[in-house]
Design a protein around this ligand. Structure first.
Ligand SMILES: CC(C)(COP(=O)(O)OP(=O)(O)OC[C@H]1O[C@@H](n2cnc3c(N)ncnc32)[C@H](O)[C@@H]1OP(=O)(O)O)[C@@H](O)C(=O)NCCC(=O)NCCS
Length: 163
């Protein structure tokens, strides 16, 4: 996992923000308005408590400047972490990339002494199968949380994983 200021230092034409936005633009259905814009991602990568990981289709770290298959972005608050975004390009799905992202994130959280990982998920997202398989439990519901897309008023389910 990388965090702010830990970017390679080497100037690449396709930087981590580009790599993340490349996956984001392919992965999220615009109908739900869940994708972040470029400004939100670049701001997040400047925060020292935000962490990201970009993997290729084999679950290996994506080299700087390459096109990644998926990414995860998270933010630490005290001894807890919030998973902000996880996404895999449609053509690389169901090959274990998201599972590899979660495994590597959890490994990093253990090294950082984090006790719990939280995330919000739009109710009905098939990603629930991934989270349940990984051991997350549903611990809360926020009514009508998703309102930014064409399809509005969907509840958010909060999931938690004891790290
Ligand atoms: C959710 C997402 C990240 C999963 O990525 P992935 O790399 O395909 O996931 P994995 O291959 O690691 O899946 C592991 C397991 O999770 C479950 N799973 C993953 N995607 C699933 C789907 N669409 N439907 C049902 N189960 C699914 C399956 O049990 C799968 O194991 P299997 O393929 O052996 O059956 C990807 O579909 C995506 O980018 N979706 C759009 C963005 C998004 O909604 N992110 C989550 C926001 S909360």
């Amino acid at each position: 996992m990388k965090n702010a200021g830990e970017q390679t230092g080497r100037k690449v034409s396709f930087d981590p923000v580009d790599q993340i936005m490349d996956v984001m633009s392919q992965a999220f259905d615009p109908a739900y308005g869940e994708a972040w814009n470029r400004r939100q991602i670049s701001d997040a990568l400047l925060l020292p408590n935000c962490h990201y990981l970009l993997l290729d289709e084999h679950g290996e770290e994506a080299p700087p400047g390459s096109r990644a298959a998926g990414f995860v972005l998270s933010r630490q608050a005290a001894d807890e972490e919030e998973l902000l975004l996880i996404a895999v390009c449609p053509r690389f799905r169901r090959k274990g990339v998201a599972s590899a992202l979660l495994e590597q994130l959890v490994g990093d959280l253990r090294r950082r002494g984090i006790s719990r990982l939280f995330l919000e998920m739009r109710e009905g997202n098939p990603a629930e199968n991934l989270y349940r398989k990984f051991g997350f439990d549903a611990v809360g519901r926020r009514p009508s949380y998703y309102n930014r897309g064409e399809i509005k008023g969907i509840d958010a389910i909060t999931f938690a994983l004891v790290v």
